[in-house]
Write a protein that binds this ligand. Structure first.
Ligand code: DAH
Length: 327
């Protein structure tokens, strides 16, 4: 029997034909196995052994040849199909990521009202991220935020509020600022990722010049700018850095306040936190005779509501099918 023909096969199709002719249902080797029953016991043993060896050899040669032929085919393809990555594509291929888009809309609203845009480091220290924001060590409110710590005691900022502190230490009042940027918390589920984005806002002026009423007006205007025709509601809440504090809801943009799955049948969606700056914060930065208000919001929350995205994680998976929808 000629096993050499395997080595000479010129294509995968030819190789398959040879395999069938040897080992297929009616293949030469298969047939000879079937003929074993006509032999004497002694001969049967001897021939069966030979046949098994032959079969194994044939299988080995076939798999080796298959590998060679496949590799040849791949190399041929690689040679003939070339992509010129320098070719100019007149159609723009990208889209603005929903987070950037939402961030830009937020920044746009506040810069038009003369707010400055401030930034701060992502790796913060305890003083700016907690202590100066009226969150002393061992204060239970620190548990509101699950923090990533480094060995030297520094940390990944858990909110953009430390930029309030940095800006007040660097400038004199009056201050009217927002601070957009990435923040980090140990969290991962449908609505939380370990990195997300916030925008912080702070307004400080001479005592008596800014009040909760100003805060309310600015935030109502802002939310209507972002979401259109919505009702806005302020609910008493707690934040260490503000007193009084409030959480702000908008009427559900999906059911118009009727109650649906997204708003847990309450008719309201919580969208930000705010309040009048706590005197202890001003004390920490050495400000006297001032008053102010602050607010903080999660950009992902806004982006998800505005674009009807229900799994936050999908925005960070880099799946081109998501981005295609934003062209
Ligand atoms: N820093 C808060 C957080 O990350 C958000 C916040 C709430 C900021 C109220 C504020 C504020 O400035 O007044 O949850």
């Amino acid at each position: 029997m000629d096993l050499d023909q395997i080595k000479k096969a010129a294509s995968l199709e030819e190789l398959e034909k040879i395999r069938v002719s040897l080992l297929g249902k009616n293949g030469i080797i298969t047939k000879r196995f079937k003929e074993l029953k006509n032999l004497s016991n002694e001969e049967k043993k001897k021939v069966a052994k030979e046949l098994n060896e032959l079969k194994e050899k044939a299988l080995e040669l076939i798999s080796q040849k298959k590998y060679e032929l496949e590799e040849e085919l791949l190399n041929m393809k690689l040679k003939s199909e070339r992509i010129d990555v320098t070719l100019f594509n007149p159609k723009p291929t990208g889209a603005i990521h929903p987070i950037s888009d939402t961030m830009n809309k937020i920044i746009d609203f506040f810069t038009k009202l003369n707010f400055s845009v401030e930034t701060g480091p992502l790796v913060e220290d305890d003083f700016h991220n907690f202590e100066a924001l009226n969150l002393p060590k061992y204060h239970p409110a620190r548990d509101m935020q699950d923090t990533f710590y480094f060995k030297d005691g520094t940390l990944l900022r858990t909110h953009t509020s430390p930029v309030q502190i940095r800006t007040m230490l660097k400038q004199k009042p009056p201050i009217r600022m927002i601070s957009p940027g990435a923040v980090f918390r140990r969290d991962y589920d449908l609505t939380h990722t370990p990195m997300f984005h916030q925008v912080e806002g702070l307004v400080v002026d001479e005592k008596g010049k800014v009040s909760f009423a100003n805060l309310k007006f600015i935030l109502e205007s802002f939310l209507i700018h972002m979401f259109g025709d919505v009702k806005v509601r302020f609910r008493p809440s707690f934040f260490p850095f503000t007193e009084p504090s409030a959480e702000v809801d908008i009427s559900c943009i999906f059911c118009k306040g009727e109650g649906c799955r997204v708003c847990s049948h309450t008719g309201w969606l919580e969208v930000l936190g705010c309040g009048v700056v706590d005197p202890n914060v001003f004390k920490a930065v050495g400000y006297e005779n001032v008053s102010g208000y602050a607010f903080g919001l999660g950009v992902e929350r806004f982006a998800m509501l505005l674009n009807r995205i229900n799994d936050l994680r999908s925005m960070y998976e880099g799946d081109i099918r998501l981005m295609e929808q934003f062209k």
